[in-house]
Design a protein around this ligand. Sequence first.
Ligand code: GLC
Length: 423
Amino acid sequence: MRWMRAAGRALLIATVILAGYAGAAVPGGGVRDGGRGPMTLATAGDLTGYLGSLLEGWNRAHPQEKVTLVELPDSADETRAQMITELRSGAGRYDILNIDVAWTSEFAAAGWIAPLEPERFPLEAFLPPVVDTATYAGKLYAVPYVTNAGMLYYRKDLLDLEGEQPPRTWAELERQARTIAPKYGVGGYAGQFLPYEGLTVNAAEMVYSAGGSILGSEGERVTVDSAAARTGIGLLARGVRDGWIPRVALTYTEEESRQAFQDGRLLFLRNWPYAFAGASGRDSKIAGKFDAVPLPGRGGSGTSVLGGSNLAVDAHARHPASAKDLIAYLSSDQAQRKVLIDGSLPPVRASIYQDPELIRQFPFLPTLRASVLAAAPRPKSPRYEQVSLAIQAVTHDAMTQQQGPEAAVRRLAKELAAIARRG
Ligand code: GLC
């Protein structure tokens, strides 16, 4: 095998020389500084349009190691599919990948991303749960960049008119969505209910918030067949059946659901913190009329799924040394502040959540910090895609009333067991 690696290296060097990257090739056939030069960073859609200017800061200071941004589609699944096509080709067209926290295990197990040296990155400065999403089989494969936790957005103006507080339990949410929303001609409740990764997140939050779980021991044990899972999935199914979840919500990803809320078409919305900026903006019909609280659950506060993304180095990156420096820059305090201020995204650095000036500017920071710290990760599985597809399909069938929640959860347990056996 060693000859293959050596041949691969020779090929890489030849490619670098042929491509003529300034300063990369040195006489004698080495690669100066272990692979420095221009880079490409691939990411899912930059929904708040801040990343270009953040990378400009790096480019101005590193004219020989400029980074080009490749923006893939908004939806997590389409981005994943495009990244995988590229990674499988082994062409190393992307040096850095901004990958969803849910994919670290799968990408690492497939050998698409390179292990990283933990001491190069400020891991101790991050919120603890996010570091775990960047590791696989005890090794660091990515560096946390953005975290995420779901929140319940609500129309404060309408609840105030009714003399009501925002819901803390599902029973309150259901009652308010059923009784208040129709009075004002708005839909009751929506989340991300199109069958894609967003639906996996929404379904998992319902299961977790009812006290259940989906898989144990890194994907090997199936734990979903429980009364809690039936209650959680059952609530989503009942919402559609009884009309307090509008049917159109079955077509929503993050962006459509944000638009519906900020156009004044919904009383409640489950979404990530980024939606706060849009709903407060000039195009919003409800700026100043809404607020957000932690997700409700069965008997009290619910549990969010831990979202966000990590930065990984393509195993075939052309310029891994530059890629690692760029990753260190993007996880610096200065860049992480921009992630929050310009990108409206939750940073991974713990100290930012305790900065009084930022808390004044972003009053939801303490709630968000608590939600992230209490959030539950998605199952870590090298076959995560199959796991996620099974959760989406079953939840969709339950929400469209094709299968009752009991049968749907039983079927999910069987499918997950079959996926684990394929291992
Ligand atoms: C957000 C989250 C990500 C999740 C995705 C689902 O982008 O940060 O973790 O997978 O939404 O749509």
